[in-house]
Every structure is written in structure tokens, then in C-alpha cells.
Design a protein around this ligand. Structure first.
Ligand code: UTP
Length: 225
């Protein structure tokens, strides 16, 4: 059986006006499917945040806002599914059991969020656990974990490796509200820890992802100790 690789794709890729990006990612995953089985989780991105902000201003509760974010991430997943055509499982699975069944089909699986109260990063970690993935790649709009925000501090230093404990202490100050979960959330870290999932945070770029899939130390590795 080909090794399963779980890839969380930043929602920021799906908000772009140019449809070429998604087509390029589809071609890339089709190529990678010769050496591994990609299981992809699409983020909600700007469009999810747009809907969440609007509905919050009308007084919707947080779990309803999470559901909105999930719906948008599923729409994003569909864009990639349509670009992959028959190489992909035909719709985004809606729970972990369906993800596992879809993965057993051997096709490329693309899903969005699953449960309110977490981000697609936690969902991706749970999926990596469920399908016994050989690797979990969190492909984001930054190229790894930094000691401070690289967009605000030009001297920010990137970590090649970071322990779960140190990453957790960096995240505790983050807000757990709809649309507000960041690089990783606490649920994701717990799942990575309990199932010892090999995890990297890296840039959502096909060349970098290909190198990581082939074993190169791209981005930041999350280590257990
Ligand atoms: P994300 O915040 O995960 O989107 O999901 P994103 O685009 O991946 O974020 P980045 O920019 O790449 O980090 C959008 C929103 O959908 C809801 C949450 O409210 C989340 O903020 N969501 C998503 C859930 O409630 N459960 C899920 O399983 C997934």
C-alpha cells in the first residue's frame, strides 16, 4: 500500500482570483499520487472569515459561525476535487469515518472541516491519526514557525525544529473563536502528541511540498521532545 500523506492546504490558496493555482496543485497531487496517497484538508481562508465576520455582527453564536467556516472549507475542497476529476473521491467526506472509507478507495481524498470548535489544522491531525498517515504536512502561507511574527519583525528567526511543548506555550495566548485559530491549535497538538504523528509546518508551495514528501527537512519539524 502507498504511504498516506495528510496535507492541510491553507485556505489562502483558494481565495485567489486566478484559478491556475488550484489547477497547478491538482496536477501536483496527481503526480504525487504515484508515490503516496494524498489526503488533503482545505482551509476556509479569507472567504470563511468574511462570512464569519458578517454573521457574527448579526449576533450568530460561535458554533454556528464555526459551521459557516466548515461550509466554506468544503466549497474550497470541491474546487480541488473538480480540478482532480476522476483521481479524487467525488465529494468532501463529512466525518472521520467517511474519511477513512474514502481513503480505502485508494483515490486522492479532499475534505474541509469536520467539527465546530476547532480549526482545519485539528481536523487534519485527527485525519492523519485516523488513516495512520506516514506524515502530516501543514502547508500554510508562512514557511515555518518563527520566534516572532516575520511579517512584523524582520529579525524573526525560523526554527528548523520545535518541540510540542514550546509550540504549545507559543499558542496558549491565541484566541479560540471562529475564524481565529492560527498555525496550529491545541487540539491538533494533543493529537500529534498522543499518536506520535510526524508533522511539519511549511510553505504551501508545490516544489517545497514535493521535497518534504520525498523526505527533505523542509519548513519546521514538530518534535515530541
Ligand atoms: P480554518 O481557520 O482552518 O481556515 O477554517 P484556514 O483558511 O485553514 O486558516 P489558515 O489561514 O490556513 O490558518 C475556517 C474556520 O472554520 C471553522 C473555524 O471557525 C475556522 O476558523 N472550522 C474549520 C471548524 O469549526 N471546524 C473545522 O473542523 C474546521
Amino acid at each position: 500500500m502507498r504511504k498516506r500523506i495528510v496535507i492541510k492546504l491553507s485556505g489562502s490558496l483558494f481565495g485567489l482570483d486566478d484559478p491556475k493555482t488550484i489547477k497547478q496543485f491538482a496536477e501536483f497531487f496527481a503526480k504525487m499520487s504515484k508515490i503516496c496517497q494524498p489526503i488533503i484538508i482545505a482551509g476556509g481562508g479569507k472567504i470563511a472569515r468574511h462570512y464569519i465576520t458578517h454573521a457574527r455582527s448579526s449576533g450568530a453564536d460561535e458554533s454556528t459561525l464555526d459551521e459557516l467556516g466548515i461550509e466554506v472549507s468544503r466549497l474550497n475542497a470541491k474546487l480541488l476535487i473538480y480540478a482532480l476529476q476522476s483521481m479524487a473521491y467525488p465529494h468532501p467526506p463529512v466525518n472521520l469515518k467517511e474519511v477513512a472509507n474514502a481513503a480505502d478507495s485508494g483515490l486522492i481524498v479532499v475534505t474541509g472541516g469536520l467539527h465546530p470548535g476547532q480549526s482545519t489544522n485539528a481536523t487534519a491531525a485527527l485525519i492523519a491519526e485516523k488513516v495512520r498517515a506516514g506524515m502530516f504536512l501543514n502547508a500554510t502561507d508562512v514557511d515555518g514557525v518563527y520566534d516572532s511574527d516575520p511579517n512584523k519583525n524582520k529579525n524573526a528567526k525560523k526554527f528548523k525544529k520545535i518541540t510540542l511543548k514550546n509550540l504549545r506555550s507559543m499558542l496558549v495566548h491565541q484566541e479560540s473563536i471562529a475564524g481565529g485559530y492560527d498555525l496550529m491549535d491545541i487540539v491538533a497538538l494533543k493529537v500529534i502528541e498522543r499518536s506520535k504523528i510526524k508533522t511539519r509546518i511549511l510553505k504551501a508551495n508545490t516544489k517545497i511540498l514535493e521535497k518534504a514528501i520525498k523526505g527533505s527537512p523542509e519548513g519546521t519539524e514538530i518534535t515530541l521532545v
